[in-house]
Each structure stands twice: as structure tokens, then as C-alpha cells.
Design a protein around this ligand. Structure first.
Ligand SMILES: C[S@@+](CC[C@H](N)C(=O)[O-])C[C@H]1O[C@@H](n2cnc3c(N)ncnc32)[C@H](O)[C@@H]1O
Length: 217
């Protein structure tokens, strides 16, 4: 069974190779997609990046207020801290955040939503921590016709590379997380259920990746 400790441990174990691998598997597109994600958000106010990992989103963020990143993995955050001294990083759970109500103007999640074990708990927390009319932006894998192809690539042609870089268990975790991705329609529905208004959805890489903006009602 996958627990939060499993998630934190897996990402801690891969923290030093993570950026290299992500760049490779996204064909060098991740930087642009994350900039597009940030481009959807307002520049004003404090920003929270949930599951910030190695800190790339906050490093690129040009918002005027605080830049705060949380993650379950201390090792990922150590890499993040090395990149962005002006950002604040802390080990914390996106499903139970250590913040007061209404402190952030925007919340971003890059490649995190499908890893959350309780998305409803996260959305309730996001709503609480966001100011009135605050925004949430998600970038993630869309579950649709091409997703099984990516799973196939990871299970077969990319397997030797995956095993070499991450080992059997961690490679299996990444394949499972891909199989566990959600369709844009499912994500939109979950957001609406928690009172967010979906404002914009963009697709990348033939629809395999989505970037979505929603507003707290
Ligand atoms: C695939 S990485 C994405 C990292 C970074 N956002 C990026 O785009 O490269 C997923 C990250 O989410 C973190 N994570 C997963 N569940 C979380 C939770 N409930 N609270 C905080 N972080 C979480 C993991 O530890 C991991 O660092």
C-alpha cells in the first residue's frame, strides 16, 4: 500500500537525479510548461507551491509576495533550497497545511495532483489557505488515449534506463503513478465539487499534459 511515507521516501531517494530525469522524459519541455503554468497566475500576493520538489516552479516564479514551497521529502527540499535562497521551503503535507486561513493569493502544483492520496482533503486545505478569489493552477498528466502508450514506454523501452537511475521499486512507483493519473474532466469535476470555478484549461504534447487554472469561488 502506498502511504505518505512511501511517497516522501521515494522522492528523497531520487532527489539528485530528479531534474535530469524530468527534463529527459518531457523532451526538455518541462521548463516551458512550468512557465506557462506561472503565466496563468496573478503576480500579486503570496504564492504557495505544493509538492514543490526541487523548487523549479518557485525559482521561476516572479510574484511580488512570499514564495513558499512545501513537500513531504526533505531531500527534494534540500535541492530546492540550493537553487532559491529567497524562497521559503518546509516539510509539510498539502493535505494538512500548517498555514493560517486566507494567506495565499495563488497555489501551484506541478506534477503533484496525481500523487496526492486524498485530493478532497487537499482541495479543502487549498480553499482554506487561499484568499477570496485566489487561484489554483495545476500541471499534470491527462489520463486519455495516449496515456497507456506512455505507460508502455516506461514498462518496456525506457525500463533499462529507469532501473539504472532509480531501481526496480521506485521505477514501479512512477509507472503506478502514471497509471493513476486522471482525465481533465475528472479533475474539473473534483475542483467544482469543492467550490472552485475552472477558468482555463490548456493542453500540451498532443493532450498528454494539461495546465489548468481555477478560482476560489
Ligand atoms: C513528481 S514530483 C513534482 C516536483 C515538482 N513540483 C516538479 O514539478 O518537478 C511530486 C512531489 O510532490 C510531493 N508530494 C506528494 N504528495 C505530497 C503531499 N501530500 N504534500 C506535499 N508534497 C507532496 C513529493 O514528495 C514530490 O516531491
Amino acid at each position: 500500500m502506498i502511504t505518505k511515507k512511501t511517497v516522501g521516501d521515494v522522492f528523497s531517494a531520487v532527489s539528485k537525479k530528479y531534474d535530469f530525469f524530468l527534463n529527459l522524459i518531457t523532451f526538455g519541455n518541462i521548463d516551458r510548461w512550468q512557465r506557462d503554468l506561472l503565466g496563468m497566475l496573478p503576480y500579486e500576493g503570496n504564492r504557495l507551491d505544493v509538492g514543490t520538489g526541487t523548487g523549479e516552479v518557485l525559482l521561476k516564479s516572479q510574484n511580488k509576495g512570499l514564495r513558499v514551497g512545501i513537500d513531504l521529502s526533505l531531500e527534494m527540499l534540500k535541492v530546492a533550497k540550493g537553487k532559491c535562497k529567497a524562497c521559503k521551503f518546509l516539510v509539510a503535507d498539502g493535505e494538512n497545511m500548517p498555514f493560517k486561513d486566507s494567506v495565499f493569493s495563488s497555489i501551484s502544483l506541478s506534477l503533484v495532483y496525481r500523487h496526492l492520496l486524498n485530493r478532497k482533503a487537499f482541495l479543502m486545505e487549498a480553499k482554506r489557505a487561499l484568499k477570496k478569489e485566489g487561484y489554483i493552477a495545476l500541471l499534470d498528466i491527462n489520463r486519455f488515449a495516449l496515456t497507456p502508450l506512455l505507460v508502455f514506454l516506461m514498462k518496456y523501452p525506457l525500463k533499462p534506463l529507469g532501473l539504472l537511475l532509480f531501481g526496480k521499486d521506485k521505477w514501479g512507483f512512477f509507472i503506478h503513478s502514471l497509471e493513476n493519473s486522471f482525465s481533465i474532466e475528472e479533475v474539473k469535476w473534483e475542483l467544482k465539487e469543492e467550490g472552485f470555478e475552472v477558468v482555463e484549461v490548456q493542453r500540451r504534447l498532443f493532450g498528454l499534459v494539461y495546465i489548468l487554472l481555477a478560482k476560489k469561488g
